[in-house]
Design a protein around this ligand. Structure first.
Ligand code: SAM
Length: 425
């Protein structure tokens, strides 16, 4: 007899698996998704599972505070995660009966946790009575100490609290148009931001939006769209996009008419660059390999270096829970090596934009300060940062641009980013 097919997991079961892997194994949700964690679900359930896991991680500190009032002792992590997911749902408008039932079923489904289903039921019923009010009274969840401490050193406690508020609120959907931002904005019914990005507050399924199939635009955070604008490439210029995948900035450079070489070390991620170029009808020469081995001479280089990605926590609230900062030292070293190599690939008179989606000055301001000290002929180009919508107050002492998630609060924030334009004499 053939084995009966395994039932497809529900979005809540899947969300729980995602949560457990983030909190036990330190695996990011994007990594889990890339390795097939969501493939058995249909697109709507996939989106719901991810949303449930991300919202639980965003509000975990609040959920733990609400639970602490009713728990005599801390249950094992697997049960705590069932409770956290349910508390988040109860506090944010979930149907109490359905949420509690499903949490009890999830607890009962596992031999190791089934004896705790009575406790889960009792605790959640108590939490449900005042969940929404209790939730709303809590502060925005704090970043873990390993990340909070260096940010407080760099920006002060008030700015960090504003960043934490922005992380808790999450992010809208930002879009870059291939050619005519106003036309794309009108077609999508969004808001055209002063830097040219189109912002949608409640987007739904991205691939179903007008102009997606036609390749008129791509998803790209407003801050992430700025490094390519700072580089300001001209038609026909030879440009190296040195860490290109998944290709948001490659598409900007190609749409501006440059002769683009897009390089990335990851074959899988490079496939995404190709997919994106095909959909948008744009072109670039694709090279899969280590940036440190690449040779050539270019008019302009964009180095969007691998980094801690701490500027993207609004969209990836799993990051502070999955990471502990241990690998950041190696990343900082790699960034310095890449910057040195990139400078050697620049023609005389050429320019380079160094960028990272990091909040940590060590990955931004300090890298550029070090480069300016190491190569005294190198010039920093502050005028490259004069762009519509970019506040001159965001410029840094050494001549770069520092963007934080707490900026543009009323419009819905932006990712944390750093960028600077360097010129070779
Ligand atoms: C911040 S992401 C780039 C995002 C991309 N610029 C965009 O806008 O879509 C950093 C990229 O660096 C790549 N990378 C990491 N180490 C590398 C290396 N030694 N050589 C080339 N690429 C590398 C990663 O695979 C990753 O795709």
């Amino acid at each position: 007899m053939p084995k009966p097919a395994r039932p497809v997991p529900t979005p809540r079961q899947t969300a729980l698996t995602l949560l457990n892997q983030v909190l036990v194994d330190g695996r990011l949700i994007s990594e889990q998704a890339a390795q097939g964690a969501l493939t058995r679900l249909d697109p709507a359930d996939r989106a719901r599972a991810q949303r449930l896991a991300l919202d639980t991680l965003r509000g975990m500190e609040r959920a733990d505070k609400l639970l602490a009032r009713h728990l005599k002792k801390n249950p094992p992590l697997a049960v705590r995660n069932i409770l956290r997911l349910a508390v988040m749902e109860l506090a944010t408008g979930g149907d109490a009966h359905g949420v509690v039932n499903e949490a009890v079923n999830l607890t009962a489904a596992n031999k190791r946790t089934q004896t705790m289903k009575g406790m889960v039921n009792a605790v959640l019923r108590k939490v449900a009575e005042t969940a929404a009010q209790d939730w709303a009274k809590q502060r925005a969840p704090r970043l873990p100490r390993w990340l909070r401490d260096p940010l407080v050193d760099g920006y002060g406690p008030e700015e960090v609290a504003r960043m934490e508020q922005a992380h808790f609120v999450g992010a809208p959907l930002d879009i870059t148009a291939k050619s005519d931002p106003q036309a794309v904005c009108d077609a999508l019914g969004g808001e055209l931001l002063p830097t040219g990005t189109i912002r949608l507050q409640d987007a739904g399924q991205v691939s179903a939006l007008p102009g997606f199939d036609a390749g008129d635009w791509w998803v790209q955070d407003a801050a992430a769209a700025l490094p390519a604008r700072v580089l300001n490439v001209q038609p026909g210029e030879t440009v190296l996009d040195m860490c290109a995948a998944p290709g948001g900035k490659t598409m900007q450079l190609s749409a501006a008419g440059a002769d683009v070489t897009a390089l990335d070390i990851s074959e899988n991620r490079m496939a995404r660059v190709q997919e994106n170029l095909t959909r948008t009808g744009l072109s670039a020469r694709l090279v899969t390999g280590d940036a440190l081995d690449h040779q050539g001479q270019y008019d302009a280089i964009l180095l969007d270096a691998p980094c801690s990605a701490t500027g993207t926590i609004r969209r990836h609230p799993d990051l502070p829970h999955a990471k502990d900062g241990a690998e950041f030292g190696a990343l900082i070293e790699l960034q310095a090596q890449m910057l040195a190599h990139a400078l050697s690939l620049l023609k005389p008179g050429g320019r380079l934009v160094y960028a990272t989606c990091s909040l940590l000055p060590d990955e931004g301001e300090c890298q550029v300060e070090d480069a300016l000290e190491l190569y005294p002929d190198l010039q920093i180009d502050r005028t490259a940062l004069d762009m519509p919508g970019v506040d001159p107050a965001w410029q840094t002492e050494e001549g770069g641009l520092r963007l934080l998630p707490s900026f543009w609060r009323k419009q819905g924030g932006m990712d944390g980013f750093y960028m600077a334009c360097l010129r070779k004499p």
